[in-house]
Design a protein around this ligand. Structure first.
Ligand code: UTP
Length: 308
């Protein structure tokens, strides 16, 4: 039997520059997708996968995350007095979601460094890593799929998904040998390759099951791309020492730290909400029809003077 995965690390200390100016004073992980911050979706995914302890690696300006998962007596009192019982129990559910430990990454030195900051809290046991700005929408939680594979393999497993060829240069790409459909033994990981150098179209996504021997690698890992201590580099070193696997994760992934990913997540989750879907669907349809008409009429205007 392989040791059970009980803990998950959430690296939440990045600057979120792709979402400036919003992220100047608010964490990107607190962006709401409908009425829940992104990080709550990720924590709920971990809870669904059976994780008991959450280790959050935060940084300056990220206090709102701690407040969100804390008890708000004042607010609960107001809701009680106003007989808003459903909202009250939802708030209580959030503050009881899981046991959460907060650590600080004093400087955003990279994802690998953020994971290393969690070493003391994780100790000598396998652990999950979930990026706090990526959410998944699928039949089964992403971490559950990885945990299931980990129970059989007992080795580090990286979550991956196919991406369009035009996007391979934005991701860490997996090179490996397929063991069964959707499961690879990793030969190496290539960070942001040019299309012609990409060994596959399988991109690393923000979900991992890792083993504590990774910390030893991270401790001596020199900075890589962008001067940051990269988790991908450490996983490459680990893959030279022991089997490391990559599993294709079912479900749609939204990188909400990216504007387009955030917009897509909002539309997807709004269309799934029974209280919003119908009205929102009609609004979207009307907006699209109007926009199509506007663009085609503007297009006609734009073409005429050119021809004239
Ligand atoms: P990203 O590269 O998406 O985060 O890192 P970022 O640096 O905040 O974003 P941009 O590119 O500037 O917009 C993936 C995850 O790793 C965390 C981030 O918070 C994010 O959840 N991270 C990154 C850290 O915790 N520490 C770091 O030093 C870097």
């Amino acid at each position: 039997m392989h040791p059970t995965v009980r803990k998950a690390v959430f690296p939440l200390a990045g600057h979120g520059t792709r979402f400036l100016p919003m992220t100047k004073s608010s964490p990107k992980e607190m962006l709401p997708v409908i009425d829940k911050p992104v990080v709550q979706y990720v924590v709920e995914e971990a809870v669904e996968a059976g994780i008991e302890q959450m280790v959050m690696v935060t940084g300056r300006g990220k206090r709102a995350i701690e407040d969100h998962f804390d008890i708000s007596y004042e607010l609960e009192d107001v809701l009680k007095k106003k007989n808003k019982h459903a909202l009250l129990s939802e708030l209580q559910r959030i503050s009881n979601l899981a046991q959460i430990l907060y650590l600080r990454q004093k400087e955003a030195l990279g994802l690998g460094h953020a994971v290393l900051c969690a070493e003391l809290a994780v100790g000598d046991e396998p652990f999950a890593v979930a990026l706090g700005d990526e959410i998944l929408d699928g039949p089964k939680s992403g971490l559950s799929q990885l945990m299931e594979a980990y129970r059989k393999l007992g080795s580090p497993i990286i979550g991956m998904q196919r991406v369009p060829l035009s996007e391979v240069s934005h991701y860490g790409i997996v090179a490996g040998t397929e063991i069964r459909k959707g499961l690879f033994r990793v030969d190496r990981l290539v960070e942001k390759p040019r299309l012609e150098d990409a060994p596959s179209d399988f991109a690393i996504i923000g979900r991992y099951i890792l083993t504590p021997d990774l910390f030893e690698v991270l401790r001596t890992q020199p900075p890589g791309v962008g001067g940051e201590i990269q988790l991908t580099d450490a996983l490459n070193t680990l893959a030279e020492r022991r089997p490391v696997y990559a599993l294709e994760i079912e479900g749609d992934r939204f990188d909400t730290g990216d504007k387009m990913g955030f917009l897509k997540a909002t539309v997807r989750f709004a269309l799934k909400r029974p209280d919003l879907s119908l009205e929102f669907f009609h609004f979207l349809r009307e907006t699209l029809e109007r926009e199509t008409q506007r663009q085609s009429s503007e297009g006609a205007h734009a073409i005429r003077p050119l021809k004239g």
